[in-house]
Ligand binder design. Sequence first.
Ligand SMILES: [Cu+2]
Length: 368
Amino acid sequence: MFNSFTRCATLIARPSFSLFSFLLSLSLSLSAQALEPSFASTHAPIGIMGDHLHKKGEWMVSYRAMQMDMSGNLLGSTPISDEDIVTSQPNRFAGMPMMPPTLRVVPQDMTTTMHMFGAMYAPTDNLTLVAMVNYLKKEMTLRTYQGGMGTTVLGDFKSKSSGIGDTKLGILYRLAQGETHRFHSNFTLSLPTGSITEEGRPLTPMNMRPLRRLPYPMQLGTGTYDVTPGVTYTGNSGIWAWGAQALYTLRTGENDEGYTVGDETKINTWLQLGFSETVSGSLGLEHKSSDAIDGIDAAIALPVQTADPANSGRDLINVKLGVNTAFTRGALAGHRFAFEYVVPIEQDVNGLQMEMQSMWTLGYQKAF
Ligand SMILES: [Cu+2]
């Protein structure tokens, strides 16, 4: 009796994706056993790459817009003020001509936008090929303090870079597939197509604007061939879907400017709930850990934290909230749209670095 009532009510509420239908879906999930899995949940949250394979002969194209916002600074895991930075944090270039003993330029905020174009193709049911090309735009606002000491602000300036990032080619290979559980291996090769020699005109403490190579976080690529092996697990039962992915990125060799970006480990887990056939929500947890840059680019020397390779690499724990939509009929049949919002709940940086505030991904996918 209660069952048929909730089912009826869900049908009525379905077109309006509201809290009401969400609650009804939830109650349905508790009262009914044989529910169709949500088609929207057959893909992981949009921030996860290489989560699914395709059927033999199938293609998929995708576009993702991503934005990461950073502001303020952390010394390890503790916030540090601009005044403390410019009076207490040593400048690794001190002793060189015109170089003050402490840092004098402080990053205020940074926005990184990425446009990611992807294609997938499955030559067999067990193997899917992936290619991704990125366009990056980075913008940082920095504050320069006057002269070699004290806390007098000279002024703010903007640092910008944009262009093609590193290109990624990947192979997804099925390891096991059952009714509920699926496993595949990931392998990605990253080609150094992103520039590592971007330049700008920083405002120096002596009030000059010389043309200089931009610090490491403003560069667009790693300059090395990078390989990322990993494994992905996905499962589903009823209106629930879930998954986990572990990836390790290894930089091979040293780039032309004399350094190697730190290796990176990324572990993701997620849980998805199908509100309907076409809409699902997700909750994810990510642990990301990267090492510091090894080596140094001799052309990067400024009294700013980002010019010191020791101030790179961090540990992050992120919480992710997402929505997937996948249309199964009508004019939009076969089109997927998804959004994911990410906030760090814990971060610990090597040395002195900007604090990550949030990140989001908006994505579109179409298979044919
Ligand atoms: Cu795909």
